[in-house]
Design a protein around this ligand. Structure first.
Ligand code: UDP
Length: 454
């Protein structure tokens, strides 16, 4: 079956257009690698902002489009809206040129990140089958679909007095778990979500980096709401060969450090590529790690401390922290996260619950301490703690005493043992989904057949 597909896919090109953020680039490159292994030629159309390194992928063709962006800002919504506006023309020019230049090798389809609605629109106008890669959860996409209703019923915009109100239309979410970007205008967020859902509704298919065992009901709901074929093929990083999509240099010395630690003893701490904390939160986090007496590996990304772009780490950490944790902790600027989570020394993950981090943790059977910051992270954390019950959610800010006791509950107490057991169970289920007859593997086969049917 596979060799037949591979033969058919030869000579067909797929153009993939990732949104220029780490959590969007990684799954798109895993998908590219999967499609390449099935025989398709790959073109990566990318913005000149946060552009991937083409030398890591000698077999792919890379095309850059100007995005008008030079740096990230906290107002992520404004950034995505202008990205769409700025890229539309250049994307159209490049796609039109590509169709002529690469004549003889037809473009089978375009795969566009869900956030790049203008790219989706252009590809459709050019008559190309357009597939959407949604890099977040199916549950978060249901929240996107429900956005107009949530506004109509007064859940949105979020009011501080209503944070605990249950959202009956999207159980088990509460108002505090809904999509939120503090630094962005709620009206602009509404506009963005409307555009994303509107374009996705008319796409040829949606690909999700999720799997049936954790989001079967949520996927069914998306299927009911949109009459579009859906392909859940996650965890993508478990299905595809390793890829090098990291925008920052990964410090592999932490793997050697992990080799020297006891099995299942280390707390891994990382808040992804965009979240940031203030200096008070930094101090509370540091002291919780110092006081909990557990070995830890902490990713402190340059620029992740708000208001102190020039803070030098680790010297910028509280006085006495280094002495207190010497021999027990390791700090790096950026880690090879998927390998870290798969390492036998790692016991738990203190995470911001970006969807990739959440899926990567679930795939390795690692329970989580959830400290979501913005966007879909609160909803993901709610699923981790309330639906899959493989983590503890921190809800009352970052205070060292609360943090320390949550770390202990997760890492050393009976409550944590239960979570570890359930996490191991989910790891097993994730492995089954990507195995030969598993749902994600089968969905990938169907996706390849579907693309070849255009
Ligand atoms: N990541 C990494 N090294 C790190 C921290 C994160 O390689 O030190 C990767 C992680 O494996 C994940 C991505 O960066 O694939 C972050 O995506 P996620 O959706 O978790 O969060 P975001 O960065 O979008 O907030």
């Amino acid at each position: 079956m596979e060799s037949m597909v591979r033969k058919n896919a030869n000579g067909h090109r797929i153009v993939l257009f990732p949104a220029p953020f780490q959590g969007h680039i990684n799954p798109m490159f895993h998908l590219a690698s999967l499609l390449h292994s099935r025989g398709f030629s790959i073109t990566i159309l990318h913005t000149n902002f946060n552009s991937p390194d083409p030398t890591n992928y000698p077999n792919y063709h890379f095309v850059s489009v100007p995005s008008g962006l030079t740096t990230s800002t906290d107002d992520v919504v404004a950034m995505i809206l202008s990205l769409n506006a700025n890229c539309e023309g250049p994307f159209r020019d490049q796609m039109s040129r590509m169709r002529l230049e690469r004549g003889g090798e037809p473009i089978a389809c375009v795969v566009v990140d869900a956030l790049l609605y203008s790219g989706q629109a252009v590809a459709k106008q050019l008559g190309l089958p357009t597939l959407v890669l949604r890099t977040g959860s199916a549950a978060s996409f249901n929240m996107f679909i429900a956005f107009p209703l949530l506004w109509k019923r007064g859940y949105l915009p979020i009011q501080d007095s209503r944070l605990e109100v249950p959202v009956n239309e999207l159980p088990p979410l509460r108002v505090r778990d809904l999509l939120r970007v503090e630094q962005s205008n709620p009206e602009k967020l509404r506009q963005l979500i409307d555009l994303v859902v509107k374009e996705t509704r008319t796409s040829s298919a949606i690909i999700f980096n999720t799997f049936l065992a954790i989001e079967g009901n949520e996927l069914e709901k998306v299927r009911e709401e949109l009459s579009v074929p859906i392909f859940p093929i996650g965890p993508l990083h478990k299905l595809s060969p390793r890829t090098e999509g990291s925008l920052m240099d990964q410090d592999h010395s932490c793997l050697d450090w992990l080799d020297k630690q006891d099995p299942r003893s280390v707390l891994y701490v990382s808040f992804g590529s965009l979240a940031s904390m203030d200096t008070k939160e930094l101090a509370e986090t540091a002291w919780a790690l110092a006081n909990c007496q557990q070995p830890f590996l902490w990713v402190l990304r340059p620029g992740s401390i708000r208001g102190s772009a020039r803070i030098v780490l680790p010297q910028g950490l509280p006085q006495g922290f280094e002495e207190e944790t010497r021999g027990r902790g390791k700090i790096v600027k950026w880690a090879p996260q998927q390998q870290v989570l798969a390492h036998p020394a790692v016991a738990a993950f203190w995470t911001h619950n970006g969807w990739n981090s959440t899926v990567e943790s679930i795939s390795e059977g690692i329970p989580m301490l959830c400290k979501p910051y913005f966007s879909d992270q609160m909803g993901n954390a709610r699923y981790v703690s309330e639906v899959w019950k493989v983590g503890i959610q921190l809800e009352n800010g970052l205070e060292r005493g609360e943090l320390e006791s949550a770390i202990k509950r997760l890492m050393t107490e009976k409550e944590g043992d239960e979570m570890k057991r359930r996490a191991r169970d989910l790891k097993e289920k994730a492995a089954q989904c990507v195995a030969k007859e598993g749902s994600s593997h089968v969905a990938l086969d169907k996706l390849v057949d579907y693309v070849l049917s255009f």
